[in-house]
Design a protein around this ligand. Structure first.
Ligand SMILES: CCCCCCCC/C=C\CCCCCCCCCCCCCCCC(=O)SCCNC(=O)CCNC(=O)[C@H](O)C(C)(C)COP(=O)(O)OP(=O)(O)OC[C@H]1O[C@@H](n2cnc3c(N)ncnc32)[C@H](O)[C@@H]1OP(=O)(O)O
Ligand code: FAD
Length: 634
């Protein structure tokens, strides 16, 4: 007789009478029905492989054993790549970052940097000959690379990097050296034990002149023995300059020095999708758990309610649920801009580069910081069980907060956005993503709290805060302050303007996607409710920006707050159906709190039983330490 599949009765009830087609949302998020089929095929192909399962939970292994186990599985995954039903690149993309890959490589992918930065650096900055020499070797995993830019002393300020590459015209070689302790490359993923090559960012010196930071291909380890090459510690190596600018001993300036930053732009673009995937996991875990967990008393004498029925819990979980759609749609827009800009750059047209740089900085900083805050709220919403390692919240949070720092520390990126906005506003130039800076909202600043009216408020805040920042800069200028001091003294306003710009882009992406999307009426209804909830939520959170830049009144805020709580109640019945639409398998969620069947307590108990400490009633340390203490009559 077939085994009855357990489903928590509360979750079962949540799933009854779903008013919309969950698969329609799944296809929307995957990029179409075919992509969903491809993803599910790939998930089955990877997750059915017993060799990719952990014999013991990773948290109980030593550091070295964790590394070895992750490397074993990563290498096995690369072998499976070749035979993957979904094709190499879609499989590769699925295996990097927060999605399918993290279901197998829970502590991190030792080969991630090879694909996420090393290969893109060769593709984006190598000459044709260099690509011919290295790309095939890299694709075939005959070399494992990383991207070594950050040093012990510098990560943000690339012009301050100390690693030197001095060109010797006699030998036509570059000599790389780390002149000081702070020049040591620090942080690059895989650099410690895995990679045998690296793209090393170093200051190029030729004829006694420093020509700025450039990428160099450097072999780190012997390809057979994996031993570090002689002198690797002093970095006296025989590197090759990628995208060589040395022609017959003479330095030839690149067409655009900013192209050496291209790899960072690519990663910032993909990080937006990656943190959104992590946020979807956290929201799914917290939402399902909040519909299984019954606690306290809502109505005197009644049964303990599902904690999701508290408005306070809805206020915690429904904005992050809405954010997963907002960030996905914005990340999709950014990905399209990246491709357009990259195709143009390959034809020598760099016009979109400033827009791409501005927007990729803005979205990477916004999505990573908002996702980190929302993941922590999801963790807290699950009480003590959310604090457990097996809940997967600690790992998800660690991954998302890392994204606030790597690939450009968020504050630095906000200031890059502000630099771009001030320049664009002053020159009344700029293309794609700052069109509203040019065609700013004219006419009376009256407020209407319709969706269109709220979007107009976001535009006014985005333009208004740039103007406030510019006024600060001009005021400092009039006081005789040097530009760099004026810039530093306006940083608070500059960052607010940058963040308002990023929020507007996300809001417009969400609203425009609903207008353009071919959606069924029920799906359009629920996504429109999520869209309205999210843009009101953000407005209420940042009301100061809107007071500063529009005629928003206290009455307007009270009206918007009423609308907000009405939307919480309207969306609450569909919370589980919406997270089910993410179609995240239990293995990808990797959390007893978030499993599809809601069998939370049994799974928590089973996880606890796996602990080595629970393999015996009395641990040996009792006899070594505690018993002597108990007998010592202190
Ligand atoms: C088998 C088939 C294989 C196929 C290959 C497939 C490959 C893909 C596979 C999978 C993809 C899917 C991936 C899934 C998701 C994975 C994601 C998760 C994993 C991520 C792992 C990442 C690890 C982290 C790596 C790092 O951290 S690397 C180091 C990063 N470091 C930084 O970002 C440094 C940050 N600092 C800065 O950016 C600097 O401040 C600065 C801005 C560069 C320089 O400051 P400086 O003061 O010198 O400059 P400014 O004066 O401020 O500006 C000068 C002008 O330059 C312009 N500018 C600056 N930066 C850029 C840029 N990046 N692009 C363009 N323009 C730039 C600036 O605007 C100024 O211009 P101006 O006109 O105003 O003068
Ligand atoms: C998990 C992880 C993985 C990483 N992987 C890699 C990798 O593979 N390869 C690689 O090369 N690097 C890697 N990094 C390094 C990463 O790129 C740097 O940490 C990042 O660029 C920040 O630089 P920093 O550490 O020097 O911080 P700092 O720039 O020293 O930041 C310290 C503080 O100074 C502030 N600050 C700095 N400059 C300014 C400014 N101009 N104006 C205002 N405030 C400023 C910052 O906002 C921050 O608050 C990784 C980092 C992490 C956390």
């Amino acid at each position: 007789m077939s085994k009855e599949i357990y489903e928590n009765p509360d979750l079962k009830k949540e799933r009854q009478n779903c008013p919309f087609n969950k698969e329609e949302i799944t296809h929307l998020l995957d990029g179409g029905k075919e992509k969903t089929i491809e993803r599910k095929q790939l998930e089955n192909y990877i997750l059915s492989d017993e060799q990719l399962k952990d014999a013991v939970p990773m948290e109980y292994l030593s550091h070295a054993d964790k590394y070895a186990e992750e490397l074993r599985k990563a290498c096995l995954l690369m072998h499976k790549l070749a035979d993957s039903p979904a094709g190499q690149v879609p499989t590769l993309r699925a295996l990097m970052g927060a999605g399918l890959g993290s279901a197998v490589l829970k502590e991190g992918n030792p080969l991630a940097l090879h694909y996420v930065m090393f290969i893109p650096a060769l593709m984006g900055q190598g000459t044709i000959d260099q690509q011919a020499k290295w790309l095939e070797k890299a694709y075939n995993l005959n070399m494992i690379g990383t991207y070594a830019q950050t040093e012990l002393g510098h990560g943000t300020f690339l012009r301050g990097l100390e690693t030197r590459a001095t060109y010797d015209p006699k030998t036509q070689e570059f000599i790389l050296e780390s002149p000081s302790l702070t020049a040591y490359k620090w942080w690059p993923g895989s650099l410690g034990k895995t990679a045998n090559y690296a793209v090393v960012m170093a200051q190029l010196y030729t004829k006694g002149k420093c020509e700025g930071t450039h990428p160099f291909m450097v072999q780190l380890r012997d390809e057979e023995t994996h031993e570090p090459l002689p002198g690797i510690v002093n970095m006296w190596l025989n590197p090759v300059c990628i995208s060589s600018y040395i022609h017959y001993g003479t330095y030839v300036k690149p067409t655009n020095s900013k192209l050496s930053y291209a790899t960072m732009v690519f990663v910032r673009v993909v990080v937006c999708q990656d943190v959104t995937t992590n946020l979807r996991k956290a929201v799914t875990i917290a939402t399902r758990y909040s519909c299984v967990r019954r606690q306290s008393e809502l109505k005197p004498g009644d049964r303990e309610p599902q904690v999701m029925d508290y408005q306070a819990q809805q206020n915690k979980l429904l904005p992050p649920l809405a954010a997963t759609f907002a960030f996905q749609l914005a990340a999709d827009h950014l990905w399209n801009l990246y491709h357009t800009a990259n195709n143009n750059i390959e034809q020598g047209d760099l016009e979109l580069l400033p827009d791409l740089h501005g927007l990729s900085c803005a979205l990477k900083a916004l999505c990573s910081s908002e996702a980190a805050n929302f993941v922590e709220v999801c963790r807290q919403s699950c009480g003590g069980h959310g604090y457990m390692s097996c809940s997967n919240f600690p790992r998800i949070y660690g991954q998302v907060t890392a994204a606030e720092t790597y690939e450009g520390e968020n504050t630095v990126l906000w200031l890059q956005v502000a630099r771009y906005l001030v320049k664009t506003r002053k020159e009344q130039s700029g293309g794609l993503s700052v069109k509203y800076l040019i065609g700013e909202e004219k006419g009376p600043k009256t407020v209407d709290t319709t969706l269109e009216g709220i979007v107009k408020l976001y535009r006014r805040a985005a333009v208004g805060l740039v103007d406030v920042a510019i006024a600060e800069l001009d005021k400092s200028g009039r006081k005789g302050e040097a530009p760099h001091d004026a810039w530093n003294h306006a940083a608070v306003y500059l960052i607010k303007a940058a963040q308002a710009h990023a929020r507007l882009f996300v809001v417009e992406s969400f609203v425009d996607s609903l207008k353009e999307g071919k959606l069924s009426a029920p799906v359009r209804t629920v996504l429109s409710q999520l869209c309205e909830l999210f843009i009101i939520y953000w407005l209420l959170e940042r009301s100061g920006d809107f007071f500063l830049c529009s005629n928003l009144t206290k009455q307007d805020l009270l009206l918007l707050n009423s609308k907000y709580v009405e939307l919480l109640a309207a969306i609450r019945p569909q919370a589980v159906n919406l997270v089910d639409s993410f179609d995240l398998r239990d293995e990808v969620l990797n959390s007893p709190l978030g499993c599809w069947d809601g069998n939370v307590y049994q799974r928590l108990f089973d996880e606890a039983a796996k602990s080595p400490l629970n393999q015996s009633n009395v641990h040996e340390s009792f006899h070594k330490y505690l018993k002597p203490l108990l007998k010592s009559n202190l």
